[in-house]
Design a protein around this ligand. Sequence first.
Ligand SMILES: O=P(O)(O)OC[C@H]1O[C@@H](O)[C@H](O)[C@@H](O)[C@@H]1O
Length: 470
Amino acid sequence: MSPTARRKAATHAPQPATLLILGAGGDLTHRLLLPGLASLLMVEDDRDVRVIGADRAAKTATQWRALMKDSFDAAGAPAKVLRRAQKGTKYLEADLLDPDHLQSVIDECATGSPLVIFFALPPAVTAKICDLLQNIELPHPTRLALEKPFGTDARSAHTLNQTLLRVVPESQIFRVDHFLGVSTVLNLIGLRFSNRLLQPVWNSESIERVEIVYDEALALEGRAGYYDTAGALRDMLQSHLLQVMGLFAMESIATLEPTEVHDQIVQALRATRVWGNNPRRAGKRARYTAGKIGDRKIPSYVNEKGVDPARNTETLAQLTLEINNNRWKGVPITLRSGKALGVARKQIVAYFREVPHVPTGFSGTEAADRLVIDLKPGAVTFVLSMNAEGGPYDLEQKELRAELAPGRMQPYGEILADILDGQTLLSVRGDAAEECWRIVQPVLKAFSDNKIPLEEYPAGSDGPSGWLPA
Ligand SMILES: O=P(O)(O)OC[C@H]1O[C@@H](O)[C@H](O)[C@@H](O)[C@@H]1O
């Protein structure tokens, strides 16, 4: 049952809420948040959300409505859905770092229904506004939704957590990781815990190694302002892929109660270290050079607009981890993600150990079984040895593949639905956010100390050789 279906079964119509978007004029609002809202409103016709946009730049009501329309059109929303979203909407021009402006923006939103403040802003600005919120009167209940990256390292994430907790309790803090709104990611829970076949093999006795890969064919796409200071490790591994790993590796849960799920994710993260405690061997980084992806000519990363080559930002990162607990000890789990790769490979692969003995006389038995979970579009494939052609003693690997149902709405739609309902299931809990930084910190340090070479790969290739096989 999807989180939304679960919510629908548990309650009646969703409660009306006000969504205040700070950074309403930004790319995130336009490209992801508003289309996500549109996809939510298309699925839930009883959802009542008043949208207020606030940002520094001046915008007329007509411009704001046009921006909303553009995002809703991109999501394929019909006119009546846009009309619902635009009912009572407003755009407020405000210097959000000025406490008086901030207070008046919040006062405009106080209508008696729950207020969601969505920070679609860079982390440094978000942190400053959170500081200001400590001295601002907030309506009850107010929920804070913060985009990734949550802080820039373990210490800043901890400080931000402390600040937030002085504003509202943890149950009203939503750290957004849109991968948790991807239905195939959530399906991991169902796949793992509802299949007898998988239960006894989900451990180090049967699984030899795991890969969690998110290779993108997209290059920088004009995002140097953010990406050049982040890099692939912070952008993808520290956040999204560690959350996926948490769901893949966590112990069983009795219910989908957020506390229960978050407890198990955090327990797995807490036991996680870089492989061999050796960041220099566990981590790899590379940067793309000029190349071609399909018909697109891609410039070298260092020649992309806004990039500072001296920053040595990696566009591909790989990191092998170990989870030091009874279930996973000794199983290398490799996370990898990068931009401008030839093949957009987005999957989890569990490689099983070989069986102790195949009766002598069979041929084609060299390869071990694999379970491949494609994240986008979703599919589950078992790769098993069987007799497909030839005589009865000839084995070959065949794929048993099933497509997963596509998400009913965009990941941001699922995440917003949860936040508007005050459900934290699809958010990252504060302790998990800090653990994720702790895990990658030694590798980030090895990167910045230049202890790990910055390799190169042509755009459109599979990445440097000797890394994970593509
Ligand atoms: O495939 P999706 O859902 O767009 O997610 C990948 C994106 O996730 C974002 O969080 C990253 O900042 C991007 O760099 C990345 O491209």
